[in-house]
Design a protein around this ligand. Structure first.
Ligand code: 5AD
Ligand code: SF4
Length: 482
């Protein structure tokens, strides 16, 4: 799930990594606990996957316990943090540029501390302190509880590193401080790490072994969010289908289907989403659970990565084209109204033209509502970097990517146009980007819908909207009744 996958907004293109780095607090409602007046302040920028955004809220909670308050103003921050992504080289480059900007600010305001969090911290470890000399703190994804210590040291001028990877840490007891919140939708992290070892992926090295969070703490967090007015939660993990938590009291094991059901039962008006699913692990039991509960959204992010079996084998995805197609058929059979989206990599090691064409045809066949599409970027230390040559020329990668993007745009547009005339239940998230006379919200299939405001409706309300027009990214409509 990546970094990709913010609330899976927008549609098609996810090529320019720079655009993925969203800055918390920009033109956004004040974060919880924002208090410009007193005490020390931290500013945090997050890049990459939803998990990073979710982790930043855990970091914010830990810092607020020791008196640091969030601020949206870089200029007034005592502590500047950047939560980083290593998934592709470009993502790391964006962060390096930001660090140079922060370094300049530091020189103008001595005493300001800068910290690197997340995957780049884990991957590069103390290199940040030794070679780049741009930062005071380097903290990996499993070491956030040590932040107060390290910050206290940095306040005394000591530079600190903690990149210890844990087999147990899930931050289950920490109640995240919602930073970038619209007050309607929130993320809940249900597991950490990844044991899959896809050959292209750096995540197993930066986020460590897979571990699942206590299901009761997840349900409590969902209940708390509902009581505070939230109406949608997204359960997050690199591979949610392998969620497995054993109750130490009675040894009972809870799997993902059972967890989904527990969260769905919190309240019928609390929508449940999840990301990311792995084609090898998604079970019919999960699909039947989705079908049974109206409030579990009919939307599955099921990254294919490549449509060709030989490439999938080199990617170590542990399924082939036929297996993937069978899973897609099962989804459409068990949940006929379900939308499916994907992640796709163009130009993986050794990819031939006919193998690439299998990916293009998969976009058409699976009828994805959207995809996140990327050129392959070799990551040091991964199995692919050790075993295969990154031999597809950059221009060929770009050309293939463009072909996939064009195919996805065509499929998305067709898919969205087929919705014209249909009426969907939409959860209102806020004003549309273009006009404060319009609301935006999503339907169960995760499609963004925009429609004129009508009396008394507000964010957090459900409303029925009839689709009157469509682009490849958005459905336009008007409030209606089913
Ligand atoms: N190069 C390009 N894309 C990658 N992804 C993961 N690793 C790489 C890489 N080395 C993509 C995959 C994954 C998404 C989050 O990022 O498609 O599903
Ligand atoms: Fe996802 Fe595979 Fe990377 Fe795990 S190793 S995070 S399943 S792409």
């Amino acid at each position: 799930m990546y970094d990709s996958n913010p609330t899976l907004t927008g549609l098609v293109k996810k090529i320019d990594e720079a655009k993925q780095g969203e800055v918390f607090f920009k033109e956004k409602p004040a974060p919880e606990g924002d208090d410009e007046g007193t005490g020390k302040h931290f500013y945090i920028e997050s890049y990459g996957c939803q998990m990073n955004f979710s982790d930043s809220e855990i970091v914010a909670s830990i810092l607020s316990e020791v008196g640091y308050r969030p601020t949206r103003h870089l200029e007034t921050a005592d502590l500047i943090l950047v939560n980083t992504c290593s998934i592709r080289e470009k993502a790391e480059e964006t962060v390096r540029q930001r660090l140079r900007v922060f370094d300049k600010m530091k020189r103008q305001r001595p005493g300001t501390m800068v910290g690197v969090l997340g995957c780049m911290a884990e991957r590069l470890k103390s290199k940040f302190l030794e070679e780049e000399k741009l930062v005071d703190l380097v903290i990996g994804p499993d070491a956030y509880r040590d932040l107060p210590n390290l910050v206290a040291g940095a306040e005394e001028g000591e530079r600190g590193v903690n990149v210890f990877l844990s087999r147990e840490e899930t931050y289950a007891d920490i109640s995240p401080l919602r930073l970038d919140s619209n007050g309607v939708t929130a993320f809940i992290s249900i597991m950490r790490g990844c044991d899959n070892m896809c050959s292209f992926c750096v995540v197993p090295f930066t986020r460590g072994r897979e571990r699942s969070r206590d299901c009761f703490s997840i349900v409590t967090e969902a209940q708390d969010l509902y009581e505070r007015g939230y109406r949608e939660v997204t359960l997050l993990g690199q591979n949610v289908d392998s969620y497995k938590w054993q109750n130490p009291e009675n040894e009972q094991v809870v799997n993902f289907a059972q967890l989904l059901e527990m969260v769905a039962k919190v309240h019928p008006d609390l929508r449940v989403r999840f990301s990311t699913s792995h084609p090898k692990d998604i079970t019919d039991e999960v699909l039947h659970t989705i079908a049974r509960y109206e409030n579990i959204c009919k939307y599955i992010h099921l990254p294919v990565q490549s449509g060709n079996s030989a490439v999938l084998d080199r990617m170590n995805r542990t399924y082939d084209r036929a297996w993937y197609m069978e899973r897609v058929q099962a989804i459409y059979r068990i949940i006929p109204e379900c939308a499916i989206s994907s992640d796709i990599i163009a130009g993986f090691c050794g990819e031939q033209e006919h193998e690439h064409q299998d990916t293009v045809s998969m976009v058409e066949w699976a009828n994805y509502s959207m995809s996140y599409m990327f050129c392959y970027s070799e990551r040091p230390g991964t199995m692919a970097a050790r075993k295969y040559e990154d031999d597809v020329p950059e221009e060929v990668k770009k050309c293939r990517l463009q072909e996939i993007v064009d195919k996805q745009s065509e499929v998305s547009l067709r898919n969205n146009k087929a919705d014209i005339g249909k009426t969907f239940k939409v959860l209102i998230e806020g004003d549309s980007k273009k006009s404060d006379r319009e609301f935006k919200g999503r339907n169960s299939q995760n499609k963004m819908m925009v429609f004129p405001k009508v009396n008394n409706l507000k964010p957090g309300n459900y409303v029925w909207v009839k689709v009157t027009g469509a682009t490849s990214a958005t459905l336009m409509g008007e409030v209606s009744f089913p």
